[in-house]
Design a protein around this ligand. Structure first.
Ligand code: GDP
Ligand code: ZN
Length: 340
């Protein structure tokens, strides 16, 4: 199976509608703190990739090797901690041989979880993984049971962070037929890959889809994420190995990395919390913007800020009544999310 990644967004929503959608999304929420973002590399500085965050230090792969890094006094003085595994960090060498982290580049995408900010009394995004290309939404055919609502929730989260989804169905050895049709997702242009850890069915296809990308696995506990990650990166526990970093240069990996390379230029980010994400991070009024198939209809709703639940002359609900235009199950998931 070959996927034209450039075509994916098109298949999921008409291009212009989607662009407008995203614009309103950007306007509706200030994403993450921008204060540590550096847009131009200062002279003499180096660019590395953050692979592990410890309490008082970080690990960075830079110029072929893994280095220790600490945040610059300027960042610490401002209390800036908005760094995540996968961030490209701007550093300068310090005399003791470690690196001083000055900031990071703007993220192209992210996976975040909610963090309540008590002092400002609001929920903020705590980014767990940065610059992620693919989110592998992992669901099992059974044990635990497959509910499409979970898929819809994860899709909202990924859409929020501009991460492209892939749906990976696991444990296909346990049933002869898929318990629920996932056609609605295929029609949205989302790759659906059926796998079994036990028989190894679909594993090559999964590898093909994830090759050359940075991926994260998300899904309920027990669906088989660890098993799949273990298959992709069987040597993750081996102390060192010659691999390439994202810039294509050689590097060494050691145990304990949260970002690792399972094939050339192909990375998995697996940090605490990333596998079992909640939805709380997305604000109610944003959810409608994160159902891409609503876009072409939403433009025709009477109210431009229509939530598509009970407003009069709602084009989304009208489209729902005309069979085949909009997935009823997806809309049900949407209403549930709105009601929580
Ligand atoms: P995680 O919590 O999502 O990381 O799930 P695990 O990878 O730990 O797997 C949970 C359980 O499901 C383990 O007992 C695995 O052996 C089992 N399991 C994982 N993948 C498969 C599969 O493809 N088929 C079957 N029959 N069992 C599986
Ligand atoms: Zn509407």
């Amino acid at each position: 199976m070959s996927i034209d990644w450039e075509q994916l967004p098109d298949a999921r929503a008409k291009k212009k509608d989607r662009a407008n959608y995203k614009k309103s999304l950007r306007a509706s929420a200030s994403k993450t703190s921008q204060s540590s973002v550096i847009s131009e590399l200062p002279e003499g500085s180096l660019l590395g990739i953050l692979v592990t965050i410890h309490k008082n230090r970080v690990e960075i792969v830079i110029n072929h090797e893994r280095c220790e890094g600490v945040f610059s006094p300027a960042l610490l003085a401002q209390g800036i901690t908005d760094f995540a595994v996968g961030d490209y960090v701007v550093c300068t060498p310090s005399p003791d041989g470690s690196l001083l982290v000055l900031g990071r580049t703007e993220r192209t995408s992210f996976i975040a979880r909610a963090r309540s900010d008590r002092t400002r009394n609001k929920i903020t995004r705590h980014v767990l993984a940065a610059n992620v290309d693919v989110g592998v939404i992992t669901v099992a055919v059974k044990d635990p049971a497959l509910h499409t609502q979970f898929i819809d929730r994860y899709l909202v989260l990924l859409e929020d962070g501009d991460v492209k989804p892939v749906i990976c169905v696991t444990k296909t050895d346990l049933v002869s037929e898929e318990p629920v049709s996932l056609d609605v997702y295929k029609e949205m242009g989302i790759p659906v890959i059926e796998t079994s850890f036990k028989t190894r069915a679909g594993i090559e296809e999964l590898k093909k889809v994830l090759f050359g990308k940075t991926s994260v696995f998300i899904g309920q506990s027990g669906v088989g994420k660890s098993s799949l990650i273990g298959l992709l990166a069987p040597h993750e526990d081996i102390a060192t190995g010659e691999v390439n970093n994202r810039t294509g240069k050689g590097t060494h990996t050691t145990t304990g990395s949260n970002l690792y390379e399972w094939a050339e230029n192909s990375f998995i980010i697996d940090t605490p919390g990333v596998r079992s994400l909640g939805m709380e991070v997305v604000r109610k009024e944003e959810i409608r913007l994160l159902f891409p198939e609503f876009a072409e209809f939403a433009a025709k709703c009477k109210y431009h800020d229509c939530l598509h639940v009970e407003e009069p002359r709602c084009a989304v609900r009208e489209a729902l009544k005309k069979t085949g235009m909009l997935g009823a199950r997806r809309y049900d998931s949407y209403v549930r999310m709105m009601q929580e």
